[in-house]
Design a protein around this ligand. Structure first.
Ligand code: PEP
Length: 252
């Protein structure tokens, strides 16, 4: 039986003055949802504040990217060990905004996932196709290629220490979620790819859906057999919406 994870991705949003209200509400809400894991992925500069607000609460936290390097001359990068010092449990790797804007390759995303696992952080590994790729019928080929790079680098056994997030690029921040059928098809395909390498790991792997998840569509998505939670962008900035999605996961 896989637990559900609802992870908020704040992206480049928030402020020192405004964050406490959101963090306190999410911490209070998490205490009422014992069967679901809630987590927030905040900008690096808010990790100290997040740690001090959420430590001891039922809500976990993490970052939105990490270096594949351990330490050294890598200006502007943040290491796994640094995130560990901030009490992070999770880190997002391979978000499509980083793949597109920063040219992150499948190999680099896989290396980041590997570094996170080595450092006992749980990577939330984002995969997903563009609209052009979907329209060309390439969706499964694209997500399999992205997954295979991670499987090869991390190894199937250590995939048990990772979370996948299927995020169709065309559904992120657009208000237009993928349909339940589209989501289930890709999630089942991803699970079966991992199961082919190791049945137990595949069966236990948490696979989140991300892309315009909101209170109005969360229940339908969370009820899908291969959906184990959500990676939530916009709606994670509104405590009531984020917690409603958490409640949908608890109900489903
Ligand atoms: C995301 O940023 O990962 C995301 C899914 O965003 P949104 O929920 O706003 O579509």
């Amino acid at each position: 039986m896989r637990n559900k994870l609802i992870a908020g991705n704040w992206k480049m949003q928030g402020s020192l003055a405004g964050n406490p209200v959101l963090l306190n509400s999410v911490a209070a809400g998490a205490a009422t949802l014992p069967t679901v894991t809630l987590a927030v992925m905040v900008p690096f500069t808010y990790l100290v504040q997040t740690q001090s607000r959420l430590a001891g609460s039922a809500c976990a936290w993490g970052a939105q990217d990490v270096s594949e390097e351990a330490a050294g001359a890598f200006t502007g990068e943040i290491s796994v060990a640094m995130l560990q010092e901030m009490g992070c449990r999770y880190v997002i790797v391979g978000h499509s905004e980083r793949r597109a804007r920063h040219g992150e390759t499948d190999a680099q995303v896989a290396a980041k996932a590997h570094a996170a696992v080595e450092g006992a952080l749980t990577p939330i590994i984002c995969l997903g196709e563009t609209l052009a790729q979907r329209e060309a019928g390439e969706t499964l080929a694209v997500v399999h290629r992205q997954l295979d790079a991670v499987l090869q680098r991390v190894g199937v056994h250590r995939m048990a220490q990772t979370v996948l997030a299927y995020e169709p690029v065309w559904a992120i921040g657009t208000g237009k979620s993928a349909t339940a059928e589209q989501v289930q098809e890709v999630h089942a395909a991803l699970r079966s790819r991992v199961s082919n390498a190791d049945w137990v790991v595949g069966a236990g792997l948490q696979i989140l859906y991300g892309g315009s998840v909101k209170p109005s569509n969360a229940l339908e998505l969370m009820r899908l057999p291969d959906v184990d939670g959500a990676l939530v962008g916009g709606a994670s900035l509104v405590a009531d919406d984020f917690l409603d999605i958490g409640r949908a996961a608890a109900t489903a």
